[in-house]
Design a protein. Sequence first.
Length: 444
Amino acid sequence: MARTSITLAFRIVLGVPLFAAVPVLAQSGLRGNWQGGWTRDGATLPVTFVFQQIDSAITGSFGSDQLRVIGIPVSKISYRPPAVHFEIVGDATTAVFDGEMKGDSIRGRFKDGNAAGQFVLRRTSQTATDPYRTEEIAFQNGDVKLAGSLLIPTDGRRTHAVVLFMHGSGGEGRYASRFLADLFARDGIAALIFDKRGVGASTGNWRQSTFSDLANDAIAGIEFLKLRQDIDARRIGIFGHSQGAAIAPLVASRSPAVSFVIASAATGIPMAEGERYSLHNSLGGQDLTPEEAREAERYVDLMVESGRAGYRTPALDSAVMRDSTARWFFAAPAKDSYYWTFSKEIADYNPAAYWTRVRVPVLLLYGAKDQRVSVDESVRSIKAALETAQNHLYTVRVFPNANHTLRLTSASGSGFAWPRNAPGYLETLSQWTLDVTHSATRKR
């Protein structure tokens, strides 16, 4: 499963703080809006923090446009003048910040895994008012309760088009989609983000779920939206990235309420073959000898075969012992990992079979240097499936030099660089969605 950390990038982005700022006063303690940057290896990342304090309790959130994150919770916040401490928990590591406040600035150092750097924050009097309201909601899929947030534009219109966000792989919460939800809400399109089952305030267990279960979670959210007076039930779309994009055509084929689909990094081939492609690329592109390449490919084959079987086979165990010192080696999941049973469940899932049943507008977004999804093969497969459905209402955008997350990749040997959005990615996403939802309005 894909893992990210703060240094690699969160799965979302910041536009504005969650809370209003307080006046610029040093005696305000940590309260208010802070803007500044993190610097690592000579590269600086613009960031924003918002802190609130009620009595002795301090809460906070973090955001960065460049990382596509907004409203990420800050934990273990303490202020014992002049010392400031806080932490941000990522998927793989926790970034720890220690600094000192002098007047209306905080300076210090941070450590994130093996990486370290400096940070500077300055209090700002800038106050931002969101052009939408956020409502905490919950809906049911059988015994599973899905909890989330609904962002509804406050533009005076009675009803709004809406985008429901699906999840990528792993334990993804609503914060993973908060930035893009904010982007849509500022365009006048409502957005529903929710915690994956077993994450945050949602019940259930995603590790023991099938693609069908996860698709039905999204459909339950669609049914919830259909009943709301402030949502236009004829303009409900879905957004999926990676695993969410693989499941998106299944949702659209099952729910006639879906009026458009946005899929980024969508595989168009059976999942086992997609895993083979991803594992092959995890070898790191090293300059392997022919013998090393054959051994590495054999190891990848054993991983995929074990996934199909649903357990770590003796053949793979032997390969792990034999190959563990090879320079291309990567560890296999533990014997008791959910990876094996989940891989068996989804191995033969073929997204193309469900794309043949999708007859609504589709936006497909890819990074040309995606190492986890075979882009050319997936585009050909999905386009052929849509044509089989006689659906010509699709748009494909492949962004040069962008990776699986639609961020630019750094040139080999160029040193550390913070992630950057692929030029045109956010603009394409926003404009296409506005066009398709406005078109639906005109056709009524």
